[in-house]
Design a protein around this ligand. Structure first.
Ligand SMILES: O=C(O)CC1=CCC(=O)O1
Length: 260
């Protein structure tokens, strides 16, 4: 179990393997176990860094609301602490927004990025305001069913594994969840991501009800020369539903960059 003390805040992370660094950033309401099923399918020779963003998993849960800039600064400080440079940064959903912010702020840290199930902007201020109000009133349980319908395809929702992800969402600290909802509501990366020049792969899930394929494609295409892949039969978390396929797309991208 590793905790980094970063100027008064502690982030929980994992740092496994040696070689070229790949950093993974999770979505809203999930922790670093999001990537568990993908990692065994990745090639040797990688240093795999995963972390829990603030208010999630085993990281400190500071009082919200959070700003996207704070979430970007957190992982920037973590990577400086770990002396990581030139990583491939894989970000899913809010993690993909963090990827876009970090690539803009610290191009020395990010040599290529994977924008998975994300957008330059996700939803509207009104939509996030409604979600925040509903969670403040009834807790995450009040919205768990519709959230999980967007996260997973109907087939996956009939599996035993589905209930573990449901429990992860329900055990998520409300303060951290709401803090990140505020950060997403206030973020729009269209202009800054369009100015980025780095190898970029977009990954979408055909059944994703949160960040549909068209949004992921539109976001990815902001970066000239980017590639885009759809994983069929997967919702918002294709790394959970289709881990081998997800790892295959990621590995092909890493190889194309000469990262492995
Ligand atoms: O909870 C959702 O609807 C999915 C989601 C949006 C941003 C994020 O990180 O997850």
């Amino acid at each position: 179990m590793k905790m980094a003390e970063l100027g008064g805040r502690r982030l929980h992370y994992r740092d496994d393997g040696t070689g070229a660094p790949v950093v993974f950033a999770n979505s809203l309401g999930t922790d670093l176990r999001l990537w568990d099923a993908v990692l065994p399918h990745l090639p040797e020779g990688l240093r795999i860094i995963r972390y829990d963003k603030r208010g999630h998993g085993l990281s400190d849960c500071s009082k919200g609301p959070y700003k996207m800039g704070e979430l970007v600064s957190d992982v920037e400080a973590l990577l400086d602490h770990l002396e990581v440079r030139e990583a491939v940064f894989v970000g899913l959903s809010i993690g993909g927004m963090i990827a876009q912010g970090l690539a803009t702020k610290r191009p020395d840290l990010v040599r290529a990025m994977v924008l998975s199930n994300t957008g330059a902007k996700i939803g509207t201020r009104e939509m996030w305001g409604d979600r925040i109000a509903a969670v403040e009133k009834g807790g995450i349980a009040a919205l768990a069913d519709p959230i999980l319908e967007r996260w997973f395809s109907a087939g996956f929702r009939r599996t035993d594994a589905f209930h573990a992800w449901r429990n992860m969402l329900l055990r998520q600290p409300v303060e951290g969840y709401l803090g990140c909802c505020h950060a997403i509501a206030g973020s729009d990366f269209y202009a800054t991501t369009a100015a980025l020049r780095l190898p970029t792969l977009g990954i979408a899930g055909s059944e994703d009800g949160s960040t549909p394929p068209d949004l992921v494609r539109e976001t990815t295409e902001l970066v000239p020369g980017s590639a885009f892949e759809i994983l069929r039969g997967a919702g918002h978390l294709p790394c959970v539903e289709k881990p081998e396929d997800y790892a295959g797309k990621l590995t092909a991208f890493l190889r194309a960059q000469g990262h492995v």
